[in-house]
Write a protein of this length. Structure first.
Ligand SMILES: *[C@@H]1O[C@H](CO)[C@@H](O)[C@H](O)[C@H]1NC(C)=O
Length: 224
């Protein structure tokens, strides 16, 4: 059952990538929501022109903005990828992602990477995440990508801490939901940099998981 599920997901990913390449080559537009991380599409496609802006963005970011691209994990098969100012902070290729919540901190003024961590939200101890969230320094940007299951061990304290970083969806984050987010401590308003898909057997793209999420754009240097 599990093995056939994995094969189905791989077949889906292959079909999606193939469709994407064909559509992209023949129609010349970018499909924002179903595009897969660039490294998944293979290195045989010529990407040099697309790569000329940081993190592969179509348009460059203006001064005092940082380019980013964050992809959540795909089911429990492919891990998430985080690019910030053309620097891949976390990815399966770098072998520094894991199931649960992947969180990178960057200096919100300089864009320098401060740390990257993975929190197992299925069998890990939620105390580690709560402690980490409490210690996030003022002025840091917080980049979050889910992989497989970001929700089982989530508790009210961690949800509240994410809400304080500007998250609208942390309060409902649950088992196998897809979530990507950029926030910062004491944001006065909700962060505009957040995407969320609930795990729902009726609408899931994969058997047991919703579609992966990809979010890209320009985030203003602190203060927002
Ligand atoms: C960000 O970098 C600036 C300049 O180096 C420094 O003064 C500040 O403390 C740093 N902030 C964080 C959160 O690392």
């Amino acid at each position: 059952m599990r093995v056939s599920g994995v094969f189905r997901i791989l077949a889906l990913i292959f079909a999606t990538v193939t469709t994407w390449i064909i559509v992209r080559n023949h129609m010349g537009f970018s499909m924002k929501t179903i595009r897969l991380p660039r490294w998944l599409a293979g290195s045989s496609t010529k990407e040099t022109q697309v790569m000329k802006h940081k993190c592969g963005l179509i348009k460059p970011c203006s001064a005092n903005y940082f380019a980013f691209k964050i992809g959540s994990g795909a089911a429990n098969v492919v891990g998430p990828t985080m690019c910030f100012e053309n620097h891949i902070i976390m990815s399966p290729v770098k072998n520094n992602v894991g199931r649960g919540l992947n969180i990178a901190l960057v200096n919100g003024t300089t864009g320098a990477v401060l740390s990257q961590n993975t929190f197992d939200m299925y069998s890990g101890d939620i105390k580690h995440l709560v402690k980490f969230l409490k210690e996030i320094p003022e002025g840091a940007l917080v980049l979050v990508a889910s992989y497989d299951d970001p929700g089982t061990k989530m508790n009210d304290e961690a949800r509240k801490l994410f809400a304080n970083l500007g998250s609208s969806y942390a309060k409902q984050l649950g088992f196998r939901d897809s979530w990507v987010f950029i926030g910062a401590k004491n944001l006065r308003n909700k962060s505009p940099f957040e995407q969320f898909l609930k795990n729902n057997p009726k609408t899931n793209k994969y058997e047991g998981w919703p579609e992966l999420l990809e979010m890209e754009g320009c985030v203003p240097a602190r203060p927002f």
